[in-house]
Ligand binder design. Structure first.
Ligand code: NAD
Length: 493
């Protein structure tokens, strides 16, 4: 059996005492065992990062830029290899895995502009003979803790900006699909990143909890489910760390009567069932205004009947299996209980369960109401709920009452409605006739309400701010003979 090791100081480090199986979800087979980090291994990784930080944080911007460009090239040229690795452990299609690498690549390209992002400010002569300038320095050592659903993109959201700004990183990827993180770290090493600047440790809650209280960790960047994000934020800040913790989602798509219904149905199916619904920006609730609800539901159902569910490595599959058998059963349970609660099961995913692997087909639930469990919880599977509303205002009120606020979409031809919607929904990322509005790398990614704990969004300008601390220097170069004695509080007047 293959074992997946940690990667510390550019070297494979084993931990055999506790291991966890890694599955190929498309077949249900165990393909590897991953060693779960002991406290000693966590300590080794953090110590190595602290040692590296002394040199890395003072390295020149041009030398860091060269490494980032070299890594960008390696990432692009290894995209097929990485996509195959992602599909094997995660189950998503190869095309989808390539897509996540492309979005991660965007973040590396943004970080390549680090010399520009780290420019400070200068104000000459704020008072007589006094100048002020500011500059940003690295925070130190960052723990990056990532979910299973984007094993390349989410680590790259964090690593690219963190190392560009002079930090060292201890990455703890999901133990369910851990190989991509190690391969990425090997490519960073090949690009010239010095040993210790990026270490990878595998593990479960125990490894995360050790990182959260480790005195050698300065900041924690987390992406995962809401209960864990809350825990990370609470414990990390209590231990005095800077924390950004992105959580789960329940993303709505409001379809107004004037929308192009074919475009809206295509978008709902693509965003609802792509990657088997295991995306934090997946659409999971279609909010249909009564006037067009019947027609929209039948257009979505027609499209479901044309989908092929299968092994992600097969180019004909539209989406693949879920991550584990337990998760597949959890998703199936929501659909069964929704029917019992009064929803109409227009399509069920049950038909895909009988074959080997962790498959569940596309499910469509109509007549869902806000108190139902299938509406309240993040299901994280190929299940679309349809909630019918009488008016646009009722749709917006429903969205704003939901505790999650990650992404939302509006489908309409009415510019004024779109403008009103953008200004009034309490959600961080908004799409107008765009169903998965993941911001480009020069903006930042983050939700509102229970989708984000802490104030800093991920990547882009807020990523640079999160990974750096600002310093302001006030300086005066007086003529040697001038008396400086003044016990009053300094002012600029
Ligand atoms: P998860 O919360 O179970 O795990 C995330 C990370 O936390 C993993 O590295 C895991 O090992 C660790 N972890 C799990 N349980 C823990 C515990 N009790 N204590 C400490 N650490 C723990 O999430 P997941 O199932 O891997 O990923 C799916 C979730 O991530 C979904 O809720 C999805 O919406 C969310 N997600 C959010 C975003 C976003 O940007 N907001 C992006 C991707 C995924």
């Amino acid at each position: 059996m293959t074992t997946i090791d940690h990667f510390i100081d550019h070297t494979a480090v084993s931990d055999a005492a506790r291991t966890s199986p890694v599955f190929n979800p498309a077949t249900g087979e165990i393909i590897a065992e991953v060693g779960l980090a002991s406290d000693a291994t966590i300590n080794q990784a953090v110590t190595s990062a602290r040692v590296a930080a002394a040199t890395w944080s003072t390295s020149s911007l041009s030398s860091r830029t060269q490494i980032l460009f070299a890594f960008r090239h390696l990432l692009a040229t290894h995209s097929d290899e990485l996509a195959a690795l992602i599909t094997r452990e995660h189950g998503k299609t190869i095309a989808d895995a390539r897509g996540e690498i492309a979005r991660g690549l965007e973040n590396v390209e943004y970080a390549c502009g680090l010399a520009d992002h780290l420019k400070g400010e200068f104000s000459p002569q704020v008072s007589d003979g006094v100048d002020v300038h500011s500059f940003r320095s690295a925070v130190g050592v960052v723990a990056a803790i990532t979910p299973f659903n984007f094993p390349a993109m989410v680590p790259l959201w964090m690593i690219a900006n963190a190392v560009a700004t002079g930090n060292c990183v201890v990455l703890k990827p999901s133990e369910r699909d851990p190989s991509t993180a190690v391969r990425l770290a090997e490519l960073w090493a090949q690009a010239g990143l010095p040993a210790g600047v990026l270490n990878v440790v595998h593990g479960d809650a125990s490894a995360v909890n050790a990182l959260l209280v480790h005195p050698g960790i300065d900041a924690v960047s987390f992406v995962g489910s809401t209960p864990v994000a809350q825990h990370i934020y609470r414990e990390g800040t209590l231990a005095g760390k800077r924390v950004q913790a992105l959580g789960g989602a329940k993303n709505h798509m409001l379809v107004l009567p004037d929308a192009d219904l074919d475009l809206a149905a295509d978008a709902a199916v693509s965003a609802g069932y792509g990657a088997a619904g295991e995306r934090c920006m997946a659409i999971s609730v279609v909010v249909a205004v009564d006037a067009i609800a019947d027609e929209l539901v039948s257009k979505i159902a027609e499209r479901i009947d044309r989908l092929t569910v299968g092994n992600g490595a097969d180019a004909t599959s539209d989406f693949g299996p879920l991550i584990t058998e337990a998760h597949r059963d959890r998703v199936a349970g929501y659909v069964t209980r929704a029917e019992a609660a009064g929803a109409t099961v227009v399509r069920s995913g049950e038909r895909e369960i009988s074959r080997p692997g962790f498959y569940y087909g596309a499910a469509l639930l109509d007549g869902v109401s806000p108190e139902m469990e299938c509406y309240r919880d993040e299901i994280f599977g190929p299940v679309l709920c349809v909630v019918r509303v009488a008016t646009y205002d009722e749709g917006v009120a429903l969205i704003n009452a939901n505790p999650f606020g990650n992404g939302v979409a509006l489908f309409t031809r009415d510019g004024n409605a779109a403008r009103h919607f953008s200004r009034h929904v309490t959600v961080g990322m908004i799409g107008v006739n765009v169903s998965i509005p993941v911001p480009v790398a020069s903006y930042s990614f983050g939700g509102w309400k229970d989708s984000l704990f802490g104030h800093a969004h991920m990547y882009g300008p807020e990523g640079i701010t999160f990974f750096t601390r600002n310093k302001v220097v006030t300086s005066r170069w007086p003529a040697p003979t001038t008396s400086q004695l003044n016990l009053g509080f300094p002012t600029t007047r």
